[in-house]
Design a protein around this ligand. Structure first.
Ligand code: SF4
Length: 388
């Protein structure tokens, strides 16, 4: 692969920007230069489709129109507005970053790329995207769409996650923005848009591509083999039993997930791993025993009512939920603490609280307001619809 020369980089940039002016999608975060809004959109767009993000983005900005309002919020409320987008770590880091900006006196937003890169949860791509889209700083970007586009332009045959590939792609990203004397933000967005809308993973639309003349993969008929396929992820199947424990007032028992667990800080129905148990009866015994060990009460488990399949990183989880009851009251004299006697005054959980079991009862309608894990949200939606 030969390195593109300055004139060629300028030609690529010129064609990309001209194409973008004509064909760009009108997305809400493209009508602003506000770095806060751009940052929110970039966090939401990580691993999430544009069409899914739009309503979340709009709702989030109505509630948190600026970084001060986000920093002043409690994390539970941020989680609620994030619920359904998944990857809750992003929401936690967004909130932590907002607090850091406000505390350090950098609001409304840090003024350059290096300061942005110091914030929690912000990597090289996000820092460069925000700095270039908002401030036109000359920073290249490499994300899923641009890395595929650049790999094909450059005929990069090594897998994209190889460090040599990443270096080559980032070098190209930086070189093209340095070669283009006009707005960097427009150029970067144009390259992303071509990657997303034209240079698609399968069957790229080379006939409509403004960069066809510069594309080495196209010239060598290698658009199907570049980028190189990554080895398939090994998927691990897990089975869990969820306990939908209700009391005589029609309330459901939920626990806050611990710091050491995935979806830390979110609320969930008690659930237990039973992957290694082939028999349903034994799996229910395992779940009941686990609950007893933690909370000193053995639940009486009734019929199965809903099951939810979901995936997390390399795990595919089947969560089978059963209605259940416990005799007597759960009190703070049990091993757990009843978490939240005044739900309207729920404060953000401290790190210490996230290290301890917390339980609380919620009515079906109250579940709407609770920051639930996405699988628990699906169970809650089922409860709301079926009211068992
Ligand atoms: S010519 Fe085809 S493969 Fe090359 S950049 Fe354009 S769409 Fe992608």
């Amino acid at each position: 692969m030969r390195k593109p020369q300055q004139a060629q980089l300028q030609a690529i940039a010129k064609h990309a920007v001209a194409w973008f002016a004509k064909y760009r999608r009108d997305l809400p975060w493209r009508n602003t230069r506000d770095p806060y809004r751009i940052w929110i959109s970039e966090c939401m767009l990580q691993q999430t489709q544009v069409a899914t993000v739009i309503p979340y983005y709009e709702r989030f900005l109505i509630r948190f129109p600026d970084i001060q309002s986000l920093a002043a919020a409690n994390l539970d409320e941020v989680y609620q507005l994030w619920a359904g987008l998944g990857y809750y770590r992003r929401a936690r880091q967004l909130h932590a970053a907002a607090c850091k900006v406000v505390e350090s006196g950098q609001s409304p937003f840090p003024l350059d790329r290096d300061a942005i890169a110091q914030l929690p949860g912000i990597g090289r791509y996000t820092a460069n995207a925000v700095a270039s889209f908002a401030y036109d700083q000359r920073c290249g970007i490499v994300e899923a769409n641009t890395q595929r586009l650049y790999a094909r332009l450059l005929r990069c045959k090594t897998p994209l996650n190889a460090s040599s590939s990443q270096k080559q792609l980032w070098d190209f990203a930086d070189a093209i923005v340095l070669a283009w004397p006009l707005a960097t933000g427009q150029l970067n967005q144009a390259l992303m848009e071509i990657g997303s809308q034209v240079c698609k993973p399968k069957s790229p639309s080379c006939g409509q591509c403004p960069l066809q003349k510069h594309c080495l993969a196209y010239q060598h008929s290698e658009t199907d083999t570049i980028p190189a396929a990554l080895p398939k992820k090994q998927i691990t199947e897990l089975k869990e039993v969820g306990l939908l424990i209700h009391d005589s007032k029609g309330r459901w028992l939920l626990r806050r997930r611990l710091k050491s667990e995935r979806w830390a800080g979110l609320w969930d129905f008690p659930r237990y791993d039973c992957t290694d148990i082939p028999n349903e009866g034994l799996a229910l015994d395992r779940a009941a025993d686990a609950f007893l060990n933690l909370y000193s009460k053995r639940p009486r488990i009734a019929q199965e009512c809903v099951s939810v399949k979901h995936s997390v990183t390399r795990y595919r989880i089947l969560l089978r939920c059963y209605l259940a009851q416990i005799d007597g009251k759960l009190t703070t004299s049990n091993k757990s603490a009843l978490a939240n006697p005044d739900k309207n005054n729920a404060l953000e959980p401290s790190q210490e609280q996230l290290s301890q079991e917390q339980l609380d009862w919620y009515t079906t309608d109250e579940l709407d307001q609770l920051a639930l894990s996405s699988s628990a949200r699906r169970v809650a939606d089922w409860l709301k619809k079926h009211r068992p």
